[in-house]
Design a protein around this ligand. Structure first.
Ligand code: TXA
Ligand code: MG
Length: 317
């Protein structure tokens, strides 16, 4: 197979406690052996991330769930069967022995099977759990290309596997099924409605920009470009006369001070492009990145969430 030697090399690096940039369908991950505390420590150092922020364990097959989690409810098995490999992370009660670096000292663990051929080949070759947060510096935009990983963390990774641009483009939906009613901790492109349809039960959303969860994805200062980001209605845009770039879904006449960036109309295509566009335009020293507000429909939840976080940070700092 074309990739086999580089996959073997990546697997060896993981076994020796190194870090590998891994393509997934959502965003690129910064992977390490989930059972090696020294390797996990390197992740936190590379990202500049506080060590009480838990990591997601990536596995190759649902059979491996019991190695990482205990008291797995039936809904978790149903969801795993339906959505894995795919952009859904399940929060479950942790199995004994799962390291504090993984759990952030909590009694739970986050697990998913990514849907990317390279990630899956690596997981099969490695034969263990791979802890992988998004491969960006803490608080910055997640990378959706190998080049962006190089930019963010090139100094700290031993190898970056180039799997092309990530198909989904925003991070996985995080669903807590560890106790009580299932709760969405981070919206992703698998919607609450899709989850409810499978489990026949309502799903609570505990996500709102500014919520006080101990989940790093829930800090407002996440997914942030350096350039100030502002979400604006079409009406406000028409009346806007200051310099900047604007991510537009509808082509409307604008002040010549504004540079138009055409964004797709549909949510899946929009999510696919969003981080790459933010990253590219963040480099161009615009005074401001304006974003035409996106629809309020559920299929835009993940995108609205990331845009709100990207825009929230400037008003905090
Ligand atoms: O799409 C994704 O999920 C990507 C790819 C690489 O798989 N990974 C990712 O990891 O976004 P990270 O670490 O950047 O974000 C994972 C989020 C963090 O906000 C973390 O706090 C939360 O998941 N998380 C992990 N384990 C948790 C747990 N046991 N309880 C609550 N939140 C947890
Ligand atoms: Mg992240």
């Amino acid at each position: 197979m074309l990739f086999s030697s580089v996959i073997q090399q990546a697997s060896e690096i993981l076994k020796q406690g190194g870090l590998v940039g891994i393509p997934t369908e959502t965003v690129y991950g910064l992977g390490a052996d989930a059972k090696n505390p020294d390797a996990l420590e390197k992740i936190f150092i590379a990202k500049g991330r506080p060590t009480d922020h838990p990591l997601i364990v990536h596995i190759a097959h649902p059979d491996q769930l019991t190695e990482w989690a205990r008291d797995i409810p039936e809904v978790a098995w149903q969801l795993a069967k339906t959505f894995w490999p795919g952009p859904l992370t399940l929060i479950l009660k942790k199995a004994p022995g799962v390291l504090d670096y993984i759990t952030g000292h909590q009694d739970t663990v986050g697990i998913r099977i990514p849907n990317h051929p390279i990630a899956l080949q690596l997981l099969q070759a490695f034969r263990g759990g791979i802890a992988a947060p998004s491969a960006n510096k803490f608080g910055r935009i997640s990378p959706t290309t190998a080049e962006a990983v190089r930019e963010e963390l090139g100094q700290s990774v031993d190898l970056i596997l180039d799997g092309g641009p990530c198909q989904v483009g925003v991070e996985s939906t995080i669903l807590d099924v560890s106790s009580g009613d299932p709760r969405v901790l981070r919206p992703g492109m698998i919607s609450s409605a899709q989850i409810e349809h499978i489990i026949g039960q309502l799903v609570v959303s505990v996500v709102s920009a500014g919520s006080a969860m101990r989940v790093s994805g829930c800090l407002e200062s996440h997914y942030a470009p350096r350039t100030p980001v502002k979400i604006v209605s079409l009406q406000e845009l028409v009346e806007y006369h200051q310099p900047g770039a604007v991510l537009l879904r509808h082509d409307i006449p604008l002040s010549s001070l504004l540079q138009k960036v055409n964004m797709p109309l549909g949510s899946a295509a929009y999510a696919h492009e969003l981080y790459a566009v933010l990253r590219a335009y963040d480099k161009q020293n615009f005074a401001c990145l304006l974003v035409e507000e996106v629809p309020k429909d559920a299929e835009w939840d993940a995108i609205r969430d990331r845009l709100q976080r990207a825009s929230a940070v400037r008003f905090e700092q």
